[in-house]
Ligand binder design. Structure first.
Ligand SMILES: O=P(O)(O)OC[C@H]1O[C@](O)(COP(=O)(O)O)[C@@H](O)[C@@H]1O
Ligand SMILES: [Mg+2]
Ligand SMILES: [Mg+2]
Length: 302
């Protein structure tokens, strides 16, 4: 890893500079992540800290992002879904990364993402300590959605193969009329109240199913068309599948900044408190009325 100055951010201005540097590094690394995918579809030995199979591409993206983000001044810790604990890289902000979200989509050549959450606190941090969050979507094109503490909307960028990137939507917000929904987990493992809620959603003639197996692909459908994405509590996994620090907080933060809402079934995802770096939570994000209805439907369970 490159050497760097060891100075923690002390004020809003230096925090913003570090945030900009991290987001710039993520955008400029995205084409390299994408180019590294062919030939890295195979599983590697062992599992990640959540007990899931790692692909060579997960490890590759993690190492690349650790190298790039870890060499930025005022980043204190780099943590990722692929490592048991955070890597001390200096002093300053904590950066949590899901290097490849949806890597089981690698073999069928479907969408995947990279998720980043920047916290002004030690890890595991609270959702209220996020100072910026972003995700890259490797789809037909490569895009990045960014939410920052000092801006009330989400900005979407198109990332070119060169690593240069440009704004495509300066102020992205959720459309008022939702039209897509997608929910993860095996349907036989959904709880009864959730099944009933989904039936309600499906009975609305304007709603269409969109589920692709990579949260970021599905969340970006919701951000684009309006609707709801969820990876719910399951009878065999009450906390669902997705991880709070790496997935739940950042998508909750981004969707809330886009004018939507997030929930773990009873409260904003940003208010979920877990003391384990790899803790999981049910995740629901989308238009506010859909999240309100979901919380009402699950109220008797909570
Ligand atoms: O295969 P399932 O159970 O539908 O799970 C899909 C979910 O798991 C994930 O792939 C988990 O993320 P990782 O691929 O980063 O582990 C989500 O992106 C996606 O929403
Ligand atoms: Mg993921
Ligand atoms: Mg992942």
């Amino acid at each position: 890893m490159a050497t760097k100055e060891n100075s923690a951010p002390t004020d809003a201005e230096s925090i913003q500079k570090t945030v900009n540097d991290v987001l710039d590094a993520v955008a400029r690394t995205a084409p390299e992540v994408r180019r590294g995918l062919p030939g890295r579809r195979v599983a590697v030995a062992g599992t990640n800290p959540s007990g899931e199979e790692q692909k060579a591409a997960d490890v590759y993206a993690d190492e690349l992002l650790c190298e790039r983000i870890g060499s930025i001044s005022n980043v204190g810790v780099y943590a990722s879904e692929e490592r048991a604990s955070g890597v001390d890289v200096g002093s300053g902000l904590s950066v949590c990364v899901d290097p490849l979200d949806g890597s089981s989509n690698l073999e069928p050549n479907a969408a995947m993402g990279t998720i980043v959450a920047i916290y002004d606190d030690d890890l595991p941090a609270s959702g209220r300590d996020i100072v910026a969050a972003a995700y890259v979507l490797y789809g037909a094109t490569t895009t990045m959605a960014v939410a920052r503490a000092n801006k009330e909307t989400v900005t979407e960028y198109l990332i070119h193969d060169s690593g240069d990137y440009q704004v495509v939507h300066e102020e992205l917000t959720l459309p008022d009329d939702p039209s897509v929904y997608g929910f993860g987990g095996r349907v036989p493992h959904w709880v009864e109240e959730f099944e009933e809620y989904v039936s309600e959603v499906e009975s609305d003639p304007s709603m269409k199913l969109r589920y692709g197996g990579a949260m970021i692909g599905d969340v970006n459908q919701v951000l684009t068309y309006g609707g709801i994405f969820g990876y719910p509590t399951l009878t065999n996994a009450p906390e669902g599948k997705l991880r709070v620090q790496f997935e739940g907080y950042p998508v909750g933060y981004i969707l809330e900044k886009a004018g939507g809402a997030s929930s773990d079934g009873r409260q904003s995802l940003l208010d979920v408190e877990k003391d384990d770096l790899h803790a999981r939570t049910p995740v629901y994000v989308g238009n506010e009325e859909l999240i309100d209805d979901l919380e009402a439907a699950l109220a008797d369970r909570n």
